[in-house]
Ligand binder design. Structure first.
Ligand code: SF4
Ligand SMILES: [Fe+2]
Length: 1015
């Protein structure tokens, strides 16, 4: 096709334009000796009298006219044959077509049959099957869209098979195009809108295709400019002659552009809908256009950004301009009442339709990227309003708290495949929303709540959801994961995600149900604790903030049932936006699974494996996360006294075993989880949530507190006020040390924890010393000093593992995108003594292992799995028999194969397999969504998300690399025999493997490889 664009005998029709110019036509005909003419049109044109002036002028000029006015929308071969008979019966010498694209296409068909009397229309399907010249054709468009007056194509429908196809031959180019704006004045607004969008589609497809010439590019840009300047005016005020004339020109230029540069996938799909269901061509194109442009993704950012220039749309980068251009198309559609979906598509037809579109576009059209059949199937699903991938509910709600405006959209299929869901999708949404640094406490900051494809699939431990925002604690991106019921409820309400912007003028909560998304007055629940608030919000899955969030405590959390999205202060962002909570319920259809049977089979095996595994089947259900207290003590990992040491003599009081013996009532966990790692304990006769390991660590050894019952009470207070127990415990520990060192006289002392409960309330209300503790460790150290023992990374307080005994965990803390976090850091402590016994003291192999685990955890989380399911990836034998020589050898080997791990990480193709017995996550994603996924791609998705988080952080100002507090990483501050984290040594290797520079900034080459935008 590309070659054809250069060698075909192109010509342009003579252009006759201006108000009333149809009356010039008879003079031309007589000049050419034409006495009899065939007029091809439809009965609407005749009824509206649009041909009257012309007919009168023809009669006055003495020209006999045979009128064929039976053309139907999507003209048929029958139409052509009937008109042909009339032409012959009346001895005509020319054809005039007046009407929309259908009449002109029908007239071209008549011309083709006259040129090749022995060839049927069916045999002329395709390109260059006419060749011989036909009688002169004069095209008078009465709509402004098809551009057929300028093109080589005639699109017809086979009356028998309903197949729609094109005859393309330069012989079909009309002799003249007559553009009389007066003929389009009476065009109804909706037809004006959809035909105008057809013209735009021609220009866009021509421009992004690979058969452009300088002229077609020029014509396409002119079309785009004219459409964006005039279409809405013509739609609103049909009598605006200037807008009408400009739209006629737009259609004509669009025709010149695409007749030579071709259309593409959008037209391929539109033709199938026209052929099968008679969907008007312009309407089909208008709806399909933004959707397929989304699907092309980055390969068309450059040309679309140029079209954005033509349309006067601004943007910083090609990607932003391209996306703004697509958004502007959607906006124009919406303004003109064009829907986002098409009614009447039948699910069972989709494979056939996708097959037809696939064959029409490939190899006929020079498209920027060839779509597979699956790509086309996804397009039809989305045209029906369904998600383009299984496993998703199909829409994301944008909620502007400032204006109350609510809109919905769905990201392109390619985007979902790249970022999966959860934290990945949220990062992409946040990346796209801004082009500069955003303050956490600002109206522009977003709260992005995302579910994932595995949510609602019945995969084990998959009822998790994610909240991402710019953190008030770190100023960087934070993603916080939660296991309560909200995620599943949101999906049952029909939403994959919520994107919340602005700031509400009043205190509100949001109710999401089958009747839509509504704002509710929250003044009566403002100031209440998280349990009472949830009880007062009625039925449904809920997430709420407590008083700490309302008062902008920088580490306030969000609570759903008893589970919390704890880290990074997401609750404070809710508070700033005056949003107390969200409740969701609904009866949207359950998500569909691509391969239900195989997924069921996998699920069965996966659950069985989790139940058998020593960590997920025994340790966690029996003892909860507190099971780790004893091994942490044994390995020197139990951070005590503000991380002065990694051991606590009275650890036994705080162990999982003690919790079980003295306090446990029953296990409890997130919905749909066979592990049930949560605890219900009794306190003063009532049953309440028991503390997690991190809570025990930070409120216990970290404060030199050996009182388990006291910790249970503090934990409960933190939950009610909505405080992250890790950051709270870390901040209190630091405050105690500041007091001890004489830097801040606050009355807090290690080991003296009687009053900590009262302190929780003070922090939540920002009262007394609580006002400073509410700011977190980093800000306290800026105010009072003690930076070398201010235990935070990037502003976020550290979890309970002392990294000096687990070098890999130290590297993970330092590099974690959200700051001091074990999970985002790759959680190497599990390898370094808390699951298997890899030597925690060595740095060897740790850089590669950290990268590997960070990326895998990232992908597992984004897909929707609880990270505890990843424990079961380690063979049971490694955990059960740590002293066996063979197990010790494996653990040793793991530290000496860093090079191999790094190589595999950077060549994920070699892991292009699924091994569901070991890593079920990637296979489960594939069976749920129907997308191709294997371990290599899964790990690459994780890497992509990790890098995207990093570039958001760089935009937020993180350009000075990754570090640990001096107490942990400085040899000078090492106490006694205690080691320090050899961070520099590991960091260099880590950056090398990641393809980041010495400041921890991803290099362009790596970003390109991951399909990420440039920095
Ligand atoms: S393992 Fe624990 S945290 Fe994870 S889903 Fe199950 S109950 Fe929730
Ligand atoms: Fe078209």
């Amino acid at each position: 096709m590309r070659l054809a664009a250069y060698v075909l005998p192109w010509r342009k029709p003579v252009l006759i334009e201006g108000e009333g110019c149809v009356t010039q036509l008879p003079g031309r005909l007589t000049g050419e000796g034409v006495k009899n003419v065939l007029l091809v049109t439809d009965n609407v044109i005749m009824r509206l009298g649009l041909a009257d002036k012309l007919l009168r002028a023809l009669v006055e000029a003495g020209i006999e006219v045979a009128v064929y006015d039976e053309v139907v929308p999507n003209p048929t071969i029958d139409n052509i044959e009937e008109a042909l008979s009339l032409y012959k019966e009346n001895g005509c010498g020319a054809i005039i077509a007046i009407g929309g694209g259908s009449s002109i296409d029908c007239a071209k068909g008549v011309g083709a049959r006259i040129a090749r009397p022995k060839k049927s229309i069916t045999r002329m399907k395709g390109i260059l099957k006419v060749i011989l010249s036909m009688p002169p054709l004069y095209a008078i468009p009465t709509t402004s869209g098809t551009g057929s007056e300028a093109t080589i194509a005639s699109v017809v429908v086979d009356s028998g098979t309903r197949e729609k196809y094109a005859i393309m031959d330069p012989a079909l180019i009309p002799r003249a195009a007559v553009l009389d704006p007066l003929l389009t004045v009476g065009l109804p607004p909706f037809i004006t809108a959809t035909t105008g969008m057809d013209a735009l589609t021609h220009a866009v497809e021509a421009y992004i295709g690979r058969s452009n010439t300088r002229e077609t590019r020029e014509m396409a840009r002119k079309t785009v400019a004219l459409v964006f300047e005039n279409l809405y005016t013509a739609y609103k005020d049909g009598s605006d002659i200037t807008a009408r004339a400009n739209m006629q020109r737009a259609a004509y230029y669009g025709g010149i552009a695409f007749t030579r540069a071709y259309v593409g996938n959008i037209h391929a799909v539109a033709h199938t809908l026209g052929g099968r269901y008679n969907v008007p061509h312009g309407l089909a194109n208008a709806v399909i256009l933004p959707l397929i442009l989304d699907d092309f993704g980055e390969c068309i950012y450059k040309p679309l950004s140029e079209l954005a220039d033509a349309a006067g749309i601004q943007g910083e980068t090609d990607e932003r301009k391209a996306k703004a251009f697509i958004a502007a198309i959607r906006e124009l559609n919406a303004l003109m009442g064009i829907p986002a979906t098409i009614d009447g598509i039948i699910e069972d037809d989709i494979p056939t339709l996708a097959g037809l579109a696939y064959h029409e576009s490939n190899p006929t059209y020079p498209v920027p990227r060839i779509f597979s059949r699956e790509d086309f199937i996804s397009v039809y699903h989305r045209l029906m309003g369904k998600p383009g991938l299984h496993g998703y509910a199909g829409k994301i709600a944008r909620i502007d708290l400032s204006t109350g405006e609510i809109t919905t959209y769905m990201p392109a299929r390619g985007e979902l495949l790249k970022y999966l869901g959860g934290k990945g999708l949220a990062a992409k949404i946040i990346y796209d929303a801004f082009d500069k640094k955003v303050e956490a406490f600002s109206d522009e900051n977003l709260i992005v709540i995302t579910t994932s494809p595995l949510n609602g699939s019945t995969a084990p431990s998959s009822a998790r959801f994610n909240i991402s925002t710019i953190s008030p604690l770190t100023g960087l991106l934070v993603s916080s994961n939660c296991g309560g019921s909200f995620g599943l409820s949101l999906k049952r309400a029909g939403y994959d995600a919520l994107v919340i912007s602005g700031k509400s003028p009043d205190k509100v909560y949001i109710r999401i149900g089958d009747d839509g998304i509504k704002f509710r007055d929250a003044s009566a629940i403002w100031g209440k604790g998280t349990s009472e608030t949830q009880a007062l919000m009625g039925g449904g899955g809920k997430l709420v903030i407590g008083v700490a969030g309302e008062n902008l405590v920088r580490y306030a959390c969000v609570t759903s049932q008893e589970r919390v999205a704890g880290r990074g202060g997401v609750g404070a962002v809710f508070g700033h936006k005056q949003l107390k909570g969200i409740v969701a319920s609904g009866s949207a259809p359950a998500i569909t699974l691509s391969d239900k049977e195989r997924f069921k089979e996998l699920n069965k095996k996966w659950i069985a494996k989790l139940r058998e595994h020593p960590i997920t089947g025994r340790q966690l259900p029996n003892l909860g996360t507190a099971a780790l207290v004893r091994p942490m003590q044994r390995h020197g990992l139990l951070a005590a006294k503000n991380y002065t040491t990694g051991r606590f003599d009275e650890f036994e009081n705080l162990s999982g075993e003690t919790l079980r013996e003295k306090h446990l009532v029953k296990n409890k966990g997130c919905p749909a989880c066979p592990i049930q790692c949560g605890r219900v304990v009794s306190l003063g006769g009532s049953e309440i949530k028991g503390p997690e390991l991190e809570t025990i660590g930070l409120l216990g050894p970290n404060l030199l507190n050996n009182d388990m019952e006291g910790i249970i009470r503090i934990n409960r207070m933190c939950d009610e006020y909505g405080l992250d127990t890790i950051s709270f415990g870390g901040s209190v520990g630091f405050a105690m040390e500041l007091n001890e060192k004489g830097l801040w006289d606050n009355g807090l002392r290690f080991g003296d924890c009687e009053d900590i409960e009262a302190l929780v309330a003070q922090v939540a209300h920002r009262e007394g010393v609580g006002a400073d503790i509410a700011e977190g460790v980093m800000r306290m150290s800026e105010k009072f000093g003690g930076a070398e023992y201010a235990i935070h990374v990037k502003g976020m307080e550290l979890p309970a593992y002392d990294p000096r005994a687990a070098q890999g965990m130290g590297l993970g803390y330092a590099t974690a995108n959200r700051g001091g976090c074990h999970l985002n850091g790759g959680y190497l402590a599990v390898l370094e003594g808390l699951g298997i016994e890899v030597n925690g003291a060595t740095t060897s192999g740790k850089a590669a292992l950290t990268v590997l685990f960070q990326d895998l955890l990232e992908a597992a989380s984004a897909a929707g799995s609880c990270l505890f399911t990843t424990y079961a990836v380690f063979p049971a034998a490694l955990i059960k028999h740590p002293d066996k020589a063979s197990v010790r050898l494996v653990c040793k080997l793991l530290t000496s194969v860093g090079g191999i791990i790094a190589f595999a990480h950077n060549h994920p193709g070699i892991l292009g397999i699924n091994a569901p017995g070991i890593i079920p996550h990637s296979y489960a994603y594939s069976l749920v969504t129907g997308a191709k996924m294997n371990i290599g791609r899964f790990s690459r998705s994780g890497e992509r998300i990790y890098n995207l988080e990093r570039i958001i952080n760089v935009r937020q100002g993180l350009t000075s690399g990754d570090a640990l507090p001096a107490r942990l990483a400085s040899p000078e501050l090492a106490e006694g025999a205690q080691d320090h984290v050899h961070l520099d040594k590991m960091l260099k290797k880590y950056y090398r493997i990641r393809g980041w520079d010495e400041h921890g900034v991803p290099k362009q080459k790596r970003l390109k490889k991951l399909g990420l935008p440039e920095l």
